[in-house]
Design a protein around this ligand. Structure first.
Ligand SMILES: C[S@@+](CC[C@H](N)C(=O)[O-])C[C@H]1O[C@@H](n2cnc3c(N)ncnc32)[C@H](O)[C@@H]1O
Length: 248
């Protein structure tokens, strides 16, 4: 998979991409990162890529020309991409979207800054608009890294057998992960549940499943959807609560 990232701060994200699972995925040849500095596509002698908003108001807006030029240049060199525009108004990113993204050969993520994008960047090109959540960051770099990491760790072979993504939260059964314990057996008066020390694998599996269901139910009951989520963006992409009995 090739992941092109358009950003004003390639040097801020490169070190993270080279570490841990993302670094391993690169060394395995499962993924390549192509970082593009949007400023390289500035059309003026001052190398700026933003300008004041028409109509007045605070802040600067990312101009359309450098973004169009950068996207077209990347796609000329590496082929058409599944384009992702990072924006708070996009669809909220989740594990289902991460799984879908693993199907693409070339992802192109475009990170905004300042007050965001000139609207014609959205209107003049087709994008999948994604948000990391209902809050505002100063740029799209952290959302881009989160999306890339969540996606790339799902590519076959990237995680070792012991850390298989299927055992994580939001796997195919939709449940959260169960609690984990390691040594020591007693830490500051807190003990490891007896069942985990019993050596009885069937009982351990039963305990883990019931903990996963309990935690999933508890999380669902504390999630209070905001009116915006309720009316325009289903939290679970239409999936039913995995802990609720099936309706017939
Ligand atoms: C300061 S923000 C712009 C916020 C915009 N004026 C608004 O209120 O929606 C600058 C850039 O950060 C990125 N960004 C900020 N919050 C984000 C979020 N929750 N999800 C995805 N990208 C985000 C976007 O690329 C955005 O263009």
């Amino acid at each position: 998979m090739l992941c092109s990232v358009l950003t004003l701060f390639p040097e801020a994200i490169r070190p993270y991409l080279d570490e841990s699972i993302l670094g391993i995925a690169q060394r395995m040849g499962r993924v390549r990162f192509h970082l593009v500095n949007i400023r390289d596509y500035s059309r003026n002698p001052h190398n700026t890529v933003d300008d004041r908003p028409f109509g007045g108001g605070p802040g600067m807006v990312l101009a359309p020309e450098p973004i169009f030029d950068a996207v077209e240049d990347v796609e000329r060199s590496f082929g058409a991409a599944h384009r992702i525009l990072l924006t708070p108004r996009g669809r909220r990113f989740d594990q289902t979207i991460a799984r879908d993204l693993t199907q693409h050969e070339h992802l192109l993520l475009c990170c905004g800054r300042y007050e965001g994008f000139d609207e014609r960047i959205r209107l003049g090109m087709s994008w999948n608009e994604l948000s990391l959540g209902d809050f505002v960051l100063s740029g799209g770099e952290i959302p881009a890294l989160a999306i890339l990491e969540a996606t790339i760790r799902l590519l076959p072979g990237v995680l070792g057998h012991d850390e298989s993504a299927e055992q994580d939260s939001f796997g195919s059964d939709g449940l959260l992960d169960h609690p984990h314990f390691t040594r020591p057996r007693v830490f500051r008066g807190m003990t490891v549940p007896d069942v985990l020390l019993s050596g009885d694998h069937a009982s351990v599996e039963r305990w883990r499943r019931s903990e996963r269901e309990r935690l999933t139910r508890a999380a669902a009951s504390t999630t209070r959807p905001t009116p915006r989520n309720e009316h325009s963006r289903p939290e679970r992409n239409g999936a039913s609560d995995p802990c609720e009995p099936e309706q017939d």
